[in-house]
Design a protein around this ligand. Structure first.
Ligand SMILES: [Zn+2]
Length: 215
């Protein structure tokens, strides 16, 4: 994982938002290869192995087709912004390299298909440039191990109600959320568009009550 993304990660356990402290045993090209991320709040430790951060047991997802149409669709749905931070869950991870060619964005991969992480490892053994700005998380549960309001967008494959609700914690106001068409749009998100495969919504900021102005 790219070392500069560590400060965006958080302990996924049920306590106050707490950052993780890295103890690295092997690094290369500003990436952590072998390390331990520790939580001072609950004492949990998460291993970094072959550059991937392990929060739980492996979850397998099939890759998505990678072509120009799929890449441009994902870039538009996520409304990619230069230097933004995006989380791609499951098969969406297949599009990570293509999206980083569209714009210079940082990407967190949650349980990407195995073929994607193998490609990232191959990149890292070269000059490492392609692996910058990426961070792979494994075994992600119902709580995203990410700081509040850290993300410009999330594309979700595996949906639970808890994951949908927690997505609104980690998205900034106006951040984009993509989920399968059959999933409910959570409270706090406003649907912008949908097709037979997915819907896209944006996080709405806190509403300021008009009654304050009336006194
Ligand atoms: Zn903790």
């Amino acid at each position: 994982m790219y070392v500069d993304l560590i400060d965006r990660l958080r302990c996924p356990n049920d306590h106050a938002d707490t950052w993780l402290v890295a103890a690295a045993t092997r690094t290369a090209h500003r990436r952590l290869i072998e390390a331990t991320l520790g939580c001072h709040e609950c004492g949990a430790e998460f291993d970094v192995r072959d550059g991937e951060v392990w929060f739980g047991t492996r979850v397998e997802h099939a890759p998505m087709p990678v072509n120009a149409d799929e890449s441009m669709r994902a870039a538009a749905l996520l409304r990619l912004e230069e230097r933004g931070l995006y989380l791609l869950d499951g098969g969406w991870g297949s599009l990570a390299a293509a999206l980083q060619q569209v714009l210079d964005v940082d990407i967190i991969l949650a349980d990407p298909p195995t073929v994607v992480s193998e490609r990232a490892a191959a990149d890292a053994s070269g000059d490492g440039v392609d692996a910058l700005g990426k961070c792979t998380l494994r075994g992600v549960g119902d709580r995203w191990p990410v700081a509040g309001a850290a993300l410009h967008g999330i594309a979700m494959e595996r949906v639970t109600n808890a994951r949908l609700a927690d997505a609104l914690r980690v998205l900034r106001d106006g951040g984009r959320l993509i989920a399968p068409a059959g999933a409910p749009v959570p409270a706090g998100a406003r649907e912008l568009a949908r097709d037979e495969r997915h819907w896209v919504a944006e996080k709405v900021g806190d509403v300021i009550p008009l009654s304050r102005a009336q006194r």
